[in-house]
Design a protein around this ligand. Structure first.
Ligand SMILES: [Zn+2]
Length: 164
């Protein structure tokens, strides 16, 4: 995943705790005094707390491991399995919505990216002759003013020609 998703996951890691996910389901967590704790494992029929919650020495992220059934991973793996999300992306989306963390694509200038790609597509197909005749042929005077996208034809053509 790219940097935007890395930022999203970092923001979610600050807000979502494995202990909170467990306690929301009525499973108590006994703190161990080192930022982690132990609890009954929700992934098998556990009668003695065998789920260990701890901070990774490698990157300080919150992780879990069950010494009985072997389930392990980070907070997203835990939420995905516990809450039955179909995949990692669905898990991130649900947690981002719940914790009001903006989804990365909302910040991306999608419309200008599409225009750039369209301009590059047409720029490679313009000949000197077509760029001289194209404006009047493509945009008859009675419909001139704006294109369906709201961009003036002359401006659109300048964008296209500037890419040629
Ligand atoms: Zn287990």
């Amino acid at each position: 995943m790219n940097r935007r998703y890395a930022d999203l996951r970092a923001a979610l890691r600050e807000r979502v705790r494995i202990a909170d996910l467990l306690q929301a389901r009525g499973v108590p967590v006994r703190p161990n005094g080192r930022g982690g704790g132990t609890a009954l494992c929700p992934f098998h029929d556990d009668h003695r707390p065998s789920l260990n919650i701890y901070r990774s020495r490698r990157d300080d992220t919150e992780r879990f491991r069950c010494w009985n059934c072997g389930s392990r991973g980070d907070v997203f793996d835990f939420a995905q399995t516990l809450l039955d999300y179909p995949d990692h992306t669905a898990t991130l989306r649900a947690l981002a919505t719940e914790h009001r963390v903006p989804w990365p694509e909302h910040d991306e200038p999608v419309s200008s990216d599409v225009l750039d790609r369209a301009a590059q597509f047409y720029a490679g197909r313009l000949t000197p002759q077509s760029s001289a005749t194209w404006p009047s042929a493509a945009f008859p005077s009675r419909s001139c003013g704006s294109t369906a996208s709201g961009m003036r034809p002359s401006l659109l053509l300048r964008v296209i020609c500037s890419c040629a």
